[in-house]
Design a protein around this ligand. Structure first.
Ligand code: ADP
Ligand code: MG
Length: 479
């Protein structure tokens, strides 16, 4: 049977602070184990947590950027469970009274289609430490604990079960990450575990209003894994339901090599965590004036920028979506347009040729040495016919890595377009004279011979002639 898929996501993203959520230990990455710690992270007796104000500020920013209602009064709670990498025996989180509730984000589903996904809540919590198992590294039997990550500030963003396919889940994650990066709340670097996702999924018969029993796929750390794991779980649940077997609420792991999901543990309930307000921390109270101040300081959000790009620069939906995918890319584009004026060619050159070079070099636009001015100048040279598109493409990788004046570089490389019509006519006539048989065939009606003759002209001008001009000239001379 074809079931309707229901998905809700819980995202944990690391807030971009210098120190931890409740202690002055620095937030580091790649530090030696247990070197970014403080008595609070170690849960030594007698220590007390102190809330990091910067983390609160960033959390407010994220909540505003996702249209949440921010509660001026929220409460930190203890989530109790036993694990060697959790020295306190509980994680400080927010439970009954979270920082923010009830927001939404719009996701783009292609062909101009958007869907609004509701957010249930956003709350702050601390990360746990990390267990390192020898069995996974050396085959030994010891387990080591690294507490560098213990106490790092996280934001948990919970969606309503509004998503209806793995592709929608992936679009949601991309959009959410892009928004959080825009407002500078997180680096959301997935390789470093700064942006992790738990995916809840259930199936139901189309037309039913009740949700089916869900399972939760834990710790998916790439967009591809999220989609693959969801597909695998849809297959597993679908087969159970087809056989008339009930799905059991469970926490699942996804194995990428077999593309299968398996039960880790039957689902614990919230009761198992024995949540209660943390008596070591007073409730968090936020002034409305502070919320207003943070709101005033927010940069333009990607959705607003997308709409503005479509309007102001007459871009297609697709172009606007891609150019605003990151703040760096949107800013590069606008800076280039300011110099060059014509948005459309800049958009095309950015999304096609520049994107290709970035892909080859495996870098992002923020790593490019080429300035928006220089990029605009290059596109300008092509627009004016002073450099052919082919030559511009040739110059681009070097410009991206080293920057420089495209006009100077083109002339240094002898890549200025052959625009002198006398020179071009000379080459065309020479080619015609050298290929009498091909000319005969063309004149006898074999139209495609023109391409061969064009190729000869392009070769003799080393690709520096404008193909359109060559074609015109050749056909004129041959007819
Ligand atoms: P928990 O904290 O135990 O994981 P929550 O109530 O916070 O539970 O819900 C977690 C996520 O599960 C939310 O994103 C929610 O949208 C999603 N969810 C709830 N019920 C279902 C369901 N039947 N099918 C799919 N997702 C669901
Ligand atoms: Mg959960």
């Amino acid at each position: 049977m074809d079931y309707e898929v229901v998905i809700g996501l819980e995202v944990h993203t690391q807030l971009r602070t210098e120190s931890k959520l409740f202690s002055p230990a620095p937030v580091s990455y790649g530090e030696e184990p247990n070197h970014s710690v403080h008595p609070v992270c170690l849960a030594l007796p007698g220590v007390l947590p102190v809330l990091n104000g910067q983390a609160v500020e960033l959390a407010i920013r994220a909540a505003l950027a996702t249209h949440c209602e921010i509660h001026p009064y929220s409460v930190f709670a203890r989530k109790n469970y036993f694990y060697p990498d959790l020295p306190k025996g509980y994680q400080i989180s927010q439970y009954e009274e979270p920082l923010a509730t009830g927001g939404w984000i719009d996701i783009e589903l292609g062909e101009g289609l958007t869907k609004r996904v509701r957010l249930t809540r956003i709350h702050m919590e601390e990360d746990a430490g990390k267990s390192i198992h020898d069995s996974e590294i050396t085959g030994g039997h010891a387990t080591h604990v690294d507490l560098n990550r213990a106490g790092i500030p996280l934001l948990e963003i919970v969606s309503e079960p509004d998503l209806r396919s793995p592709a929608e889940a992936a679009a949601y994650l991309r959009t959410l990450r892009s928004i959080l990066r825009y407002v500078d709340v997180t680096d959301a670097d997935m390789e470093k575990g700064h942006f992790r996702c738990d995916a809840n999924i259930s199936l139901r018969e189309p037309g039913t209003s009740e949700f089916g029993t869900r399972t939760e796929l834990k710790n998916l750390n790439s967009f591809r894994f999220v989609e693959e794991a969801l597909h695998a779980e849809i297959d597993r649940q679908g087969e159970l339901l087809d056989d008339g077997v009930a799905v059991q609420q469970a926490t699942m792991a996804f194995d990428a090599s077999s593309q299968r999901t398996r039960v880790l543990r039957l689902k614990e309930d919230a009761d198992d965590y024995r949540y209660f307000p943390d008596p070591d921390l007073i409730p968090l109270q936020i002034d409305l004036a502070d919320i207003d101040r943070v709101r005033d300081e927010l940069p333009e959000l990607p959705e607003d920028r997308r709409a503005r790009f479509r309007e102001q620069y007459a871009l297609s939906d697709d172009e606007a979506v891609q150019l605003t995918a990151s703040r760096a890319s949107a800013e590069f584009f606008e800076a280039a347009v300011v110099t060059q004026g014509s948005a459309k060619p800049i958009a095309k050159w950015m999304l096609r040729d520049l994107a290709q070079v970035l892909g080859q070099l495996e870098i992002g636009i923020e790593d490019v040495v080429l300035t928006p001015d220089q990029f605009a100048a290059l596109v300008g040279l092509v627009e004016e016919g002073r450099v052919t598109p082919k030559s511009a493409r040739e110059l681009l990788p070097e410009l991206v890595e080293r920057g420089g004046d495209p006009t100077a570089l083109a002339s240094e490389r002898g890549l200025e377009a052959v625009t002198d019509s006398g020179v071009l006519e000379g080459v065309v006539d020479q080619v015609i004279a050298d290929h009498p048989e091909d000319v005969e065939r063309y004149r006898a009606g074999e139209g495609k011979v023109l391409n061969f003759l064009m190729g000869q002209v392009m070769r003799r001008t080393e690709g520096k002639a404008d193909p359109g001009a060559v074609r015109d000239l050749l056909s004129r001379r041959l007819s």
